[in-house]
Design a protein around this ligand. Structure first.
Ligand code: 5AD
Ligand code: SF4
Length: 445
């Protein structure tokens, strides 16, 4: 009946949301929808929102308003607001925005097919209820062949119990829940069958994976099992709380050759006093010791981070400690943000006393220094031979290809015979701010 109906998903936020969007697409497909190229040609539009930073509500609602305008040309277009903003605002959104048909919470995604048939028959629905089992993709069937590409994401847990004082995630994603290992491994195998060679295991804090599961298993053990899957050439994971980074996991970088030499280890601030106000539970010395162990376990290990400037009460001196940390660790890359209070968090009750102009200035200073370090780290790659997972064609001629190195850098090279999913050895000849350029050496396989 729904043969010609099409679905389009617009995604904001993190990789978790990218994963959830793919899940929603597949669930809509199972309900008879095809994927639309753009919002204009869609009969079902889903906006998957993020509320971690900035003015997320505002952004989400204006996006869906804009989608609504574009979609008005179609009779009977349905609009769905999903993700963290949906979870947070639930009923009030449906009341204030008459053009929204469905508000879909973060733990309700699995119920999408049933909800779709309800909105198709004219109902307006809010489903933000929690659900124990709702974490993963629907497993393989004949409607979902070969579309993952060389790189796939698999959710291994959802939610977070850490309650860092600035963070809204525990409130919109709920308490931490790990997914059963069998289900995770099945999903990885499914993606391998669809053509994936690299898998990124996703969770707000993957290092605490396994708590509350029937089977006694921790994250390192899970990595070992994923490592055994035939056809997987490279494993990544994100994200990690430094307090839960165990020696066992550090050792895995030495023991598991497919585990990519890159770790995202958000530090947030370089000042112990600020970390304390953020409820991060570690000190900078403890953090640096872990970073050092990682680099000892795997030579050329890349380390990236997240940083917040202008957190409540941050002094010039505390900010300077963050600047000092950049030089101490020498991150390969860093994401940095101005602090903005999130409703309901512990820090929302603190005084957000750093003026916006100061936040802006600190962010600019920090980003400028990190750009220099990133370039220096990229230049250190010159002359090395790195393994690159080919993603597809690059700009500049028919033989041009691009892919990602183990350490997560974009690498361009010429080799007309390289196909997406191939692992190739590339000697690095040039290094820039955002990418490396190199020459194929010999097939790695
Ligand atoms: N303000 C600014 N940045 C934030 N982050 C999380 N919450 C906030 C906030 N209230 C950042 C952290 C986190 C990343 C995903 O977003 O750096 O690691
Ligand atoms: Fe937020 Fe902290 Fe949990 Fe990360 S660990 S999602 S920053 S509360």
């Amino acid at each position: 009946v729904n043969d010609s109906k099409k679905v389009f998903v617009k995604t904001f936020g993190c990789q978790m949301n990218v994963y959830d969007s793919e899940r929603m697409l597949r669930l809509a497909e199972s309900a008879g929808y095809l994927r639309a190229e753009d919002a204009e040609s869609a009969d079902l539009i889903i906006v998957n929102t993020c509320s971690v930073r900035d003015k997320p509500e505002h952004k989400a609602v204006s996006e869906i308003g804009w989608m609504h305008k574009r979609a008005r040309a179609h009779e009977g277009v349905k609009l769905v607001l999903a993700g963290c903003v949906a979870q947070q605002l639930a009923d009030s959104l449906l009341k204030s925005h008459p053009f929204i048909d469905l508000v879909l919470g973060t733990a309700a995604i699995g119920r999408l097919p049933g909800l779709l048939s309800r909105i198709e028959s004219g109902e307006r629905v809010v489903d933000c209820a929690d659900s124990d089992a709702d974490i993963g993709m629907p497993l393989a069937d004949e409607t979902t062949p070969g579309r993952s590409g060389p790189s796939a994401f698999v959710s291994i847990m959802r939610g977070c119990n850490n309650y860092c004082s600035y963070c809204i995630v525990p409130y919109v994603r709920g308490p931490e829940k790990s997914r059963a290992p069998g289900e995770i491994l099945d999903e990885v195998r499914q993606f391998v069958d669809e053509g994936a060679r690299e898998v990124t295991l996703l969770g707000q804090n993957v290092n605490s994976y396994g708590r509350g599961l029937e089977e006694a298993i921790d994250f390192t053990e899970l990595l070992g099992r994923v490592h055994e899957i035939q056809g997987i050439e490279r494993i990544r994971f994100t994200t990690s709380h430094p307090k839960d980074l165990s020696d066992r996991l550090v050792q895995a970088f030495a023991d598991l050759p497919k585990l990519a030499g890159h770790m995202h280890l958000p530090v947030q601030s370089g000042a112990d006093t600020v970390l304390k106000r953020m409820a991060r539970i570690y000190t900078i010395d403890q953090y640096c010791e872990k970073a050092e162990k990682l680099r000892m376990a795997k030579p050329h290990m890349a380390i990236s981070t997240d940083l917040i400037v202008g957190f409540c009460g941050e002094t010039d001196r505390e900010f300077q400690e963050t600047m000092d940390l950049l030089d101490r660790i020498r991150y390969d890359s860093a994401f940095s943000f101005k602090y903005s209070p999130r409703p309901g968090t512990a820090a929302a009750k603190f005084d957000d006393d750093v003026p916006d102009a100061v936040k802006k200035e600190r962010l600019a200073i920090l980003q400028k220094r990190q750009e220099q370090i990133t370039l220096e780290r990229n230049l250190e790659q010159l002359g090395r031979t790195v393994s690159v997972l080919v993603e597809g064609p690059g700009r500049g001629g028919p033989d041009r290809r691009k892919g990602r190195s183990e350490c997560h850098r974009i690498v361009h090279f010429n080799d007309g015979s390289a196909n997406p999913g191939d692992l190739v050895a590339i000697r690095i000849d040039e290094a820039f701010q955002n990418a490396l350029v190199g020459t194929p050496v010999k097939p790695l396989k």
